[in-house]
Design a protein around this ligand. Structure first.
Ligand code: BEZ
Length: 193
């Protein structure tokens, strides 16, 4: 299996920073199994969340991969998620966990809520995401929604069922008041199978 761990250790965009804002748009929204200093709902623009990345190690197997979230460039789109303020040592275990194709990337993010400028009630900063682009070997890409739903409904891996990953994400976005049409439609398809 391709392994991005070593590549990510070179991607030190925030070297010398005491803390880093990590933007979660997938499992990180509902499963933050790392220490963080604070968290805040946030969004990034110009990106769309899609279940286009294969999972051979967490929500599927090499023989029957699952599908997990990545981001696709999409002008005018807004992707909501959760930003975590972390210390830099948190990244190394995440690099290992997300080694199947994800690379650290730097993005501008905007906080929702009270942080920053009190007039507009929002503020922006540079944040970090884990991104799986189309040139990584585990990338599966676009497919009809029903085919993606069937694949998710049947896949299981060491971290659990692919269905639970999707439904937890759909619920977390609903609870944030930031539903995502692609995720909602996919969750409905999977439930109806
Ligand atoms: C996230 O939830 O932001 C995430 C997605 C894929 C890999 C790592 C993190």
């Amino acid at each position: 299996m391709f392994d991005t761990t070593a590549l990510n250790q070179q991607r030190n965009f925030f070297d010398g920073h005491a803390d880093i804002w990590l933007f979660g748009y997938g499992s990180l929204i509902w499963k933050a199994d790392f220490a963080y200093l604070e968290r805040q709902p946030a969004f990034i623009t110009g990106w769309a969340r899609r279940f286009w990345q294969g999972s051979h190690d967490h929500r599927g197997t090499p023989d029957a991969p699952g599908r997990v979230a990545t981001l696709i460039r999409a002008q005018g789109e807004v992707c909501h998620g959760m930003a975590y303020r972390i210390t830099p040592d948190v990244l190394a275990p995440l690099d290992v966990r997300e080694k199947n194709g994800y690379l650290r990337e730097k993005v501008p993010l905007t906080f929702l809520g009270q942080r920053g400028d009190t007039q507009s009630e929002k503020a922006t900063t540079e944040g970090l995401i884990y991104l799986a682009t189309e040139d990584n070997p585990a990338f599966l890409g676009e497919a009809p929604l029903v085919d993606i739903a069937r694949q998710i409904a049947h896949a299981h891996g060491p971290s659990g069922s692919n269905k639970a990953y999707l439904l937890n994400l759909a619920q977390a976005l609903r609870e944030l008041g930031s539903e995502d049409a692609h995720i909602t439609a996919l969750a409905e398809q999977v439930r109806s199978l």
